[in-house]
Design a binder for this molecule. Structure first.
Ligand SMILES: *Cc1c(COP(=O)(O)O)cnc(C)c1O
Length: 375
């Protein structure tokens, strides 16, 4: 069952998001967590796939804890979810935002002692405890209380008065490299710290962290990428179900003979009679220019390579091996034959970057939302 806000125009490439696969991925991750709860990172508009639809499907699968990057994302998401769902803001509480956090029922991840003081002050103003997570930096050196501030907080727990501390958390830097020594070092540092906050639940694992084993699970996991089909265990078979399919529309077809060239820079010179298809996707849609001359698409089971450079709105393909294609047909740019991780590897990046750059011009279709929204 597909839901579409509007029908696709004839020239529009179609991005299909399988919400049933997102729910299946959620259930698979949750099954690996014997005791811990499973939350979900839906920042950056659900890794580019549409946070409201993704979170709605996850909520139906039983997810109650959602992580976004900033307050704007949180407010947008709040409306899509039941009031009982918790929405956490990873980037923290910035000056002047406390009132809006309270008004929308959003929970900040407090990243330094100043934010803790500001949230405790807000609790005094509203006259009731306010929920929060406190984030300790155990090795990312990005957000969270540095070790000296964490020690200071543990020595002086009154700083937390008025704060209803849902979790203490930290974030792993190398979870996708199980042999990396930093994993164990971060685990040890986090475990020591959280023991100083008796009776407070703890959260450490992202997607890959779940696969590091039960020592890393604590009370709440925060997977993102694996929900969207990205492989959380690089170098091993992907245990996740693919979520995204992108079909690009063929706008024009031509046959060219040597010594003609294709595209900007005349970077691709044909050596024999070649059939070229021009499809509606380009770097403005997130199909990175780094894929020029290296990427490919599929017509059925036949691989058709990119011919020449990716341009802003268009990609040219050598479809000589697929003589049956016609204008208006679609080619697969991502999907069964082209997993997101493979595209990322070809482009010299990671699947996260490919998904979060997927453009707004694609017609977006959501399938397998079960039970249907509103049912
Ligand atoms: C993005 C993020 C996650 C999710 O990470 P994945 O690798 O996508 O599973 C979890 N925790 C924090 C703090 C994050 O920033």
């Amino acid at each position: 069952m597909a839901t579409e806000l509007q029908p696709a125009r004839a020239s529009q490439s179609v991005l299909t998001v399988d919400l049933g696969a997102v729910a299946a991925n959620y259930r698979l991750l949750r099954a690996r967590l014997s005791r811990a709860r499973c939350g979900a990172a839906v920042k950056a508009d659900g890794y580019g796939l549409g946070a409201a639809r993704i979170a709605g499907a996850l909520a139906k699968a039983g997810c109650e804890d959602f992580f976004v990057a900033d307050l704007g994302e949180a407010i947008a998401l709040r409306e899509a979810l039941l009031p009982s769902a918790r929405v956490y803001v990873l980037n923290g509480l910035l000056p002047g935002e406390a009132e809006e956090f309270c008004r929308h029922g959003i929970v900040p991840v407090l990243n330094d002692l100043g934010q803790i003081a500001a949230w405790a002050a807000a609790a005094r103003v509203v006259g009731r405890p306010l929920p929060a997570i406190v984030h300790f930096d155990t090795g990312m050196s990005r957000l969270g209380l540095p070790p000296a501030e964490a020690a200071c907080l543990a020595d002086d727990p009154l700083r937390l008065s008025g704060i209803d501390l849902h979790y203490v958390m930290s974030h792993l830097a190398c979870a996708d490299e199980p042999e990396h020594p930093l994993n164990h070092a971060q685990l040890a540092e986090f475990d020591l710290l959280r023991r100083r906050f008796q009776n407070v639940a703890a959260s450490l694992a992202n997607s890959s962290g779940i696969f590091l084993g039960p020592d890393y699970h604590f009370d709440l996991a925060r997977p993102g990428c694996a929900l969207y089909g990205i492989n959380p265990v690089p170098g091993h078979p992907n245990p996740m179900t693919p979520v995204v399919r992108l079909e690009a529309k063929i706008l024009q077809l031509r046959e060219i003979d040597p010594p003609r060239t294709v595209g900007y820079g005349a970077a691709h010179r044909v050596t024999a009679k070649t059939r070229v298809a021009t499809v509606a996707a380009g770097y403005a849609d997130g199909w990175l220019r780094a894929l020029s001359g290296r990427g490919g698409a599929y017509v059925g089971d036949v691989r058709v390579p990119f011919a020449g450079r990716v341009s802003m709105d268009l990609i040219t393909l050598d479809v000589t091996a697929a003589p049956q294609v016609r204008v208006g047909d679609s080619v697969e740019l991502m999907g069964e034959h082209l997993p997101v991780d493979d595209i990322a590897a070809t482009a010299g990046t990671i699947g996260y970057e490919i998904l979060t750059r997927l453009g707004s011009r694609f017609h977006r279709r959501y399938i397998n939302d079960f039970p249907p929204a509103g049912a």
